[in-house]
Design a protein around this ligand. Sequence first.
Ligand SMILES: NC(=O)c1ccc[n+]([C@@H]2O[C@H](COP(=O)([O-])OP(=O)(O)OC[C@H]3O[C@@H](n4cnc5c(N)ncnc54)[C@H](O)[C@@H]3O)[C@@H](O)[C@H]2O)c1
Length: 349
Amino acid sequence: MSARPLGVALVGYGYWGPNLLRNYAEMAEADVKWVCDLRPEQLAKVGARFPSIQLSEDCTEVLTDPAVDAVLVATPISTHHLIAKAALEAGKHVFVEKPMTADAAQARELVELAAARGLTLMVGHTFVFSPPVRKVKELIDQDVLGDIYFITTQRVNLGLHQRDVSVVWDLAPHDLSILYYWLDEAASSVVVTGRACIVPEIPDVAFINLKFPSGVVAEIQASWLSPVKLRRTIVVGSKKMLLYDDTENVEKVKVFDHGVRVTEPSGFGEFQLSYRTGDIVSPKIDYTEPLRFEAEEFLSAIAEGRHPVTDGESGLEVVASLEAAEYSLRNDGCEQAIHRSGCAHLRPS
Ligand SMILES: NC(=O)c1ccc[n+]([C@@H]2O[C@H](COP(=O)([O-])OP(=O)(O)OC[C@H]3O[C@@H](n4cnc5c(N)ncnc54)[C@H](O)[C@@H]3O)[C@@H](O)[C@H]2O)c1
């Protein structure tokens, strides 16, 4: 950690920004200098609670302050690129909320800019810092599950319909970032079917099928239309299987010593399967707010001059996947390769 606390500015104090501010305001390694929002009524809320923080409706004022070392961007997606780019050009480290940008070309530009300036660029893939997600990563890395065959995940509830983006852009960034973190690889192609049930042209249900270079396949179900809230992931491996249910209060992760294997063929063209249903174990998971870990990672990555776990590259991988997924969704579920350069060139003009 550096000797003096890092000067931090937050841009965007809507629904999510207050969560970031609460965490950074509590950390000795950070000194929150500014909060910026276009809406004065939002700034008034900050002023009432944190009188020492300077307030501004103009991002430029914040970015020109030499006391600001790092900028947190928690504005709507369409504004991420512009604000993050301006902050990097002003020599500030940048933390930008997920998804990093509205397309892959913008994400790549930010990655290259941060690298050229020697600045830290981090994306708010919050679930990567969630203790149960970390526990699953540990189990995968320790080979407890064996080779991963496939992963299915459900993120559905009666949710708020977004006005400008499909359910893919709203909900899938979480699952994509979790899957890429667990598997240490990004998907190579995607097939998406879905439907705009309520608002024309804004799909509110999507079934996202992914193929990975290692052979793993995965499906993400994402929807704002569901009678119940499900946050449920199943990971099936060659040794064990796992259920991660984020709606559970305790026992969020359960490891099943279940499996199937082919025994010796009994004759030509015949095979026998042996089924194993053993113990079910729920590992102990200590709970700390993911945002706290996320903030610590940003500050220590800056102090140590290293890439954070959810760096700009990982943000780019997720955005490129979202772009390809949206293309497939809008084109009858065609299989779309995921290119880090994006697939914007495929869009009809
Ligand atoms: N990590 C997570 O789990 C998580 C959860 C929710 C939202 N988010 C992300 O946080 C971001 C913000 O989402 P939200 O739900 O808080 O949106 P919001 O619309 O509630 O808030 C955005 C705020 O940004 C302000 N703003 C817009 N343009 C601005 C500009 N140019 N300069 C300064 N302020 C500006 C708006 O006035 C508003 O107060 C999004 O990227 C979203 O995806 C992340």
